[in-house]
Design a protein around this ligand. Sequence first.
Ligand code: AHR
Length: 498
Amino acid sequence: MICRIDPERVLCKRDPMIYGQFLEHFHRQVYGGVFMPGHELADEEGFRKDVLEALRRIKTPVIRWPGGCFVSSYHWEKGVGKRVKVFDKSWRVEDDNSFGTDEFIAYCRKLGCEPYICLNAGTGSEEEMSNWMEYCNLDHEGEYAQKRIENGHREPYNVKYWSIGNENYGHWEIGAKDAKSWARLVLETSKMMKRVDPDAELSAAALTDIDWNVNLLSTAAERLEWISIHSYWDFMGPNHIAATYEQCMAYTHDLDRSVRQVRGLLNAFGLEKQIRIAYDEWNLRAWHHPNIHTVKQASRKEDYLTPRDKNDDNSTYTVADAVFSACFLNMILRNADIVGMANFAPMVNTRGCIFTHDKGIVLRPTYHVFELYTRLMGDEIIDLYGDESPLYEVVSKEGEKVQVAQVDVLATKHSEDGTIAVSLINKHATETAQVTLKLNAEGRACCVETLCGQSSDDYNDVDRNPVVPFENDAAAVVCGDEITITLPAHSVNVLTLK
Ligand code: AHR
């Protein structure tokens, strides 16, 4: 397979927020994940230092919080000042409520990332949502900014990113809405929020469903800078059956469908210069929480609560998750002109890239994809053209034969020094792949880092760590204006030319 790279033809520039993360009050993401006051591994504010360090290493640019479904019955005022535990009707658990807005902002400041607040458009009113912005962004005017000052925070937080609602289109969501009432709610909420802080950027929950988005965009687009979409691919059912490696590769077929559809709608409305896509929840693996998004609610905790512990099984998150996630990030980078943010769902525990246990953390294979991409990939997407990838037949989880491109290649450039960085993914479970890049590498040092584990089902855990990147320079042979790279089976590779 031969690919030509033209470093001078820059297609677009990616927003660093495409490497964002998501933190929800679900299972052990907050309590037991980022926030463990009094734990030997926590700092003076109760934040796990090892988690903070791991997130710093992948240059986490933005964190979306507090949900997700959780937010659709969350009243932010109960989470500031004097706290009492609250019952979370979204997940049917008592929430400790000691981690609220002030703690979240402190966490983002300590990490050095942007806070992104998702508002309660389920049971919350336009007023309650815009009051949250008063609390965060007004200097001193009014009772909510005063409340922030009384809580010890004199300076406004200046939170820039806000999402009106989570998945209010879904029957499972508390306070679900129909398309027309949703559009009106977004219109009125955005009106009030822009009166509080006209510089804040607003998103609204959307779908790839035409009717929902047509109502939203024709009624409420005027004050939006973003539109939010979510995707999960492997729904593992009540018995927590994970898709196999090959079944996961089937999900890489038509990976850009949602982006294509929303882009088309934005273009149809002439909004493609005003509104960008925030893919603010994505993960190969859907979260495991049986018997909660159902009409009939289970009475016994062992039927709806205990099963959530299965999210903590690290053997679920294999090289397949890394290969899929790299393919997803390549798709996002190809669409970086319209996708400005993406948030891995979630960042810690559940299906996250970091797993915490009492003595430390496990960096799951997906973590190393973020580490490779944020450390090595450039900010400019450059033109790459040539042979189509050979096709690779896999059988989906539903038993259908699917032809997927075996190799996924994306070229980038660092605007500050011209370094070229190329992502080369070989999805095949057993066969190597050879790619020849045609570009002038004269006088450039060629390095390759590879992430592939020992097998396609390999994973990391408390007592094992085989899926880590390694230097694989021998994989590339430079000859004049050609570089020929041999890609190991089931591998994510980044080639850099400095
Ligand atoms: O499975 C977790 C849920 O996925 C999130 O809370 C929600 O936003 C999405 O449906």
